[in-house]
Write a protein that binds this ligand. Sequence first.
Ligand code: COA
Length: 337
Amino acid sequence: MTRAAVIGTGHYVPDRVVTNDELTRWMNTSDEWITQRSGIRERRWVETDADGKVTETGAEMGAKAARAAMDQAQVAPEEIDLVIYATLNPDCFFPGNGVFIEDLLGLKTAGAMDIRNQCSGFVYGLAAADGFIRAGTARTVLLIGGEIQSTALNLSTQGREMAVLFGDGAGAVVVQATDDTDRGVLASVLHSQGRFAKDLWLEAPTALVRERINQDLIDQGRHYPTMDGKLVFKHATRRFCEAIGAVLEKGGHTIDEVDLLVPHQANQRITEAVGARVGLPPEKVFSNIAKYGNTTAATIPIALSEAAAAGRLESGDLVVTVAFGSGFTWGANLIRW
Ligand SMILES: CC(C)(COP(=O)(O)OP(=O)(O)OC[C@H]1O[C@@H](n2cnc3c(N)ncnc32)[C@H](O)[C@@H]1OP(=O)(O)O)[C@@H](O)C(=O)NCCC(=O)NCCS
C-alpha cells in the first residue's frame, strides 16, 4: 500500500514586524486588548511602496517557503509532479498562484492547482495530496499555503476586529509516496457548512457585478473582509474538537497517543480551549500565534516548519493538524511523521 509522507517543511515570513502598539497609529485599539483577546503580540506584513504596491508577491513568498521545504526534503524541481497552493488571497483573480510557483521554481510543466479553502486550505490540501499520491496520479507533491492579508485589511477603527488578527506569510511541505505503511497521512476528515458563508467572508471584487468592483462597493466597505467574531469563535472551538476526535477514530488511534497537535492559529483562547477539551497538555499543543497572528492557509505549514526546526516533530511521532475557517469549512489530518 502506498502512503503519502511529509518529507520536508519550510516557511517564509516577511521581515516587517508590526507590533500591536504600531496598530494604534491607525485604529483605536491597544496591546492589552489584542493580547488578552487573541494572544497575538505581533504579525508580519509585506512591505508596500509609496503607491501602496507590495514589494514581494504571494507567489514569491510561497516559492521561498517551497525552496526551503524542497532543500530539506532533498527533492529536485524535476521530481515535483504537482503543486497545490492553498490561499484565500491569490495574487490575481485568475490564474491561481500555483502556476506562478511552477514558473518561479522552474518545475518543468508540473501540474498546478489552487485550493480556495481559507483557514482550512492546508488541511484540505494535504488530504488532496494524499489522495493524488495514493491514486498514483502524482508521486511528489509540493503543498504550499500562502497569504498576503495585510493589503485587504480595513485599518480604521471600524475594521479593528478583523485587522488586528491577520498576518502575512507562507509555509510549504513536500509530500511523497512511500511504501512504508507506518508513515505518512493516516486519515483526513473534511467538512463544510455553507449557510455560514457570509459570516466570515470578503465579498468584492465579485463576478456578480459588472467591472467586478465599483465605487458603491468601495464606499460601503464591501471590499474588506468581515466576520461575526463571536459566532466564528463558538463554531471553531466546537468543530476543532469534533474533527480531532473524528480523525483519530478514522485512523484507529486515541488522543493519548498524540505527540503533537498543530491547530490552525486563529486565537490563543481557541487553541487553549481545544487543548483542554480534548485532554492534551499545553506542551503537546503547538502555538506561534503571538508572533504571526492568523496567517490563514499558511498557518499550519509555518507551524509544522517551526515545530520541525525546534525538534518537536520526530520520525514516528503521531501528529494531528486541524483547522476551521471561512465557509465555514473545517477538517483534520492524522499524520505519522
Ligand atoms: C474577534 C475576537 C478576538 C473578539 O473577541 P471577543 O472576546 O469576542 O470580544 P468581545 O466581543 O467580547 O468584545 C468586543 C468589544 O471589543 C471591541 N473591539 C473589537 N475589536 C477591537 C480591537 N481590535 N481593539 C479594541 N477593541 C476592540 C468591540 O468594539 C466590542 O466593544 P463593545 O463591547 O463596546 O461593543 C474573537 O471573537 C475571535 O477571535 N473570534 C474568532 C475570529 C477568528 O478566528 N476568525 C478567523 C477564523 S479562522
